[in-house]
Structure formats: structure tokens, C-alpha cells
Design a protein around this ligand. Structure first.
Ligand code: S3P
Length: 167
């Protein structure tokens, strides 16, 4: 197993913000799977969903993990909220390092993302309903993938970084 820190969790749980802070504190590079894919495809996530559809994006996520297994060590890796939902990604995540699940409430996600337009899955008439439904489906999967589960809705990003450091 590689010695990376992997951050998983729902959109808006703070993976990127926490990852940036961890990266700074530990002097380790941070990789964000969405950013990695956008750079490789030279397209935004929204454009990829629009042009190729979600299934193709999910294949790109798996390719990203396969690539990171070859190249990443002692790094912080923040993964897209839907990535753990693909069964074949579970073993890849385990191989990549220690998996931290940042667990948040639907209300926190809604508050943070209600004006966001970059998450294609939340551009619907009832985003709160979509958040709740996706979370219900994803929560158990996130938990089964995680080495460590952190409840983070009431915590600042700095507190989350401290919690991760103390594990
Ligand atoms: C998705 C989460 C997004 C991005 C895409 C799909 C999801 O990443 O990968 O919009 O299915 O939950 P973040 O979790 O970083 O927002």
C-alpha cells in the first residue's frame, strides 16, 4: 500500500479545502481527481458530462486512479464525490493509501452548493432532494471504503486537518 492520504466524501464536504491545507502543512503535493481529468481532457467537468456523459466520466476517474497508483506517493489525493461508487475503484483506493471519509449532513452540502453551477448532478429543480437521495445511496459505500470516518459538518477546515493529523 502507498503512503498517500485519500479524501473521500460527498460534493461540498470540504475535500479540496482540507486537502489544500494538509498539502501546505505536510509539504506534500495535492492531487484532485477532477482537476487531473480536466487537465488531461482540456475540458471542464460540466463539459465532459455534457459531451461524453456520466459513464465516460466514471471511466476517466478509474483511469486516473490507475495512473496515480503508478505515480503518487506521500501525496494528498482528493477524489470526486462519485468515484467511490464504482466497485472496481475500491481496491484501487485501498492500494493508494489511507482513506478518510469526510461525512457531512445534506443541509451543510445544500448551504455550501446552492449557488454552485459546476456540479452537473446538482443542476436540477430540487437540489436538496437530489442531495438527500444521493447521500442515502452513497453514505454506506463511503463508509465501507473508509479507513477513518470523520463527522465534519460542525468543524472548521483547520479542525479537520488537525483530526486527520492525529489519526
Ligand atoms: C461528482 C462530484 C464532483 C465531480 C462531478 C461528479 C459526484 O466532485 O466529480 O461533478 O458524482 O458526486 P466533488 O466531489 O469534488 O464536487
Amino acid at each position: 500500500m502507498k503512503d498517500n492520504i485519500i479524501l473521500i466524501g460527498f460534493m461540498g464536504c470540504g475535500k479540496t479545502s482540507v486537502g489544500i491545507r494538509l498539502s501546505y502543512q505536510r509539504r506534500q503535493t495535492m492531487i484532485d481527481t477532477d482537476k487531473w481529468i480536466e487537465k488531461k481532457q482540456k475540458m471542464s467537468i460540466s463539459e465532459i458530462f455534457e459531451t461524453y456523459g456520466e459513464e465516460t466520466f466514471r471511466r476517466m476517474e478509474t483511469q486516473c486512479l490507475e495512473e496515480l497508483i503508478k505515480t503518487a506517493d506521500k501525496q494528498i489525493i482528493s477524489v470526486g464525490g462519485g468515484l467511490p461508487m464504482r466497485e472496481e475503484n475500491h481496491a484501487l483506493l485501498k492500494e493508494l493509501g489511507k482513506v478518510f471519509y469526510l461525512k457531512v449532513t445534506p443541509e451543510t452540502v445544500y448551504e455550501r452548493l446552492k449557488d454552485d453551477t459546476t456540479r452537473p448532478l446538482l443542476q436540477v429543480e430540487d437540489p436538496m432532494g437530489r442531495i438527500r437521495a444521493l447521500m442515502q445511496q452513497r453514505g454506506p459505500v463511503y463508509e465501507s471504503c473508509a479507513d477513518v470516518i470523520l463527522e465534519v459538518s460542525d468543524k472548521s477546515f483547520d479542525e479537520i486537518v488537525q483530526d486527520i493529523g492525529s489519526v
